[in-house]
Design a protein around this ligand. Structure first.
Ligand code: 4NP
Length: 147
């Protein structure tokens, strides 16, 4: 089994979307993947994902049940991979991560050309659709690596 944690800022928009997409794609491919998500910030602890994230996932047939939580020190030992949505969150993870686990940190778009999954919080629904498109593409690429 591959265990992967997706990380954004608030853990209500991008990282829960990634969690839902990767779990869905893995299940479709018959792969054993444990997907979870967390935020580097504590603004939204215990909250459901943003309704715009849930709407985009539902439109694409992806089910998700998650409550926001913050990254914990023990996450660095529990997960095989910790994939950040953007550079700022990767830097925060790297700051907190024990040195012997730093090679397990990456940006989620790294295998599809790099770049950031843009923060969609203050924008419209098209930002969430673009997040979905990027994360769906990244899921295929990561699943190929995790054979
Ligand atoms: P996320 O989006 O990091 O993708 O969950 C955000 C959610 C909330 C805030 C910022 C980004 N916020 O500032 O409250």
């Amino acid at each position: 089994m591959t265990r992967v944690l997706f990380v954004c800022l608030g853990n209500i928009c991008r990282s829960p979307m990634a969690q839902g997409i990767f779990a869905h794609r893995a299940e479709q491919a018959g792969r054993d993947l444990l997907a979870d998500s967390a935020g580097t910030a504590a603004y939204h602890l215990g909250q459901h994902p943003d309704r715009r994230t849930l709407a985009v996932l539902k439109r694409h047939g992806v089910f998700l049940d998650h409550r926001a939580r913050q990254v914990q020190d023990r996450d660095f030992e529990r997960f095989d991979w910790i994939l950040a949505m953007d550079t700022a969150n990767l830097q925060e993870l790297a700051r907190r991560c024990p040195e012997h686990r730093r090679d397990r940190l990456a940006r989620v778009l790294e295998p599809v050309g790099g770049g950031d999954v843009a923060d969609p919080y203050y924008g419209g629904t098209e930002g969430f659709e673009e997040n979905f498109r990027q994360l769906n593409e990244a899921a295929d690429a990561w699943l190929l690596r995790w054979v």
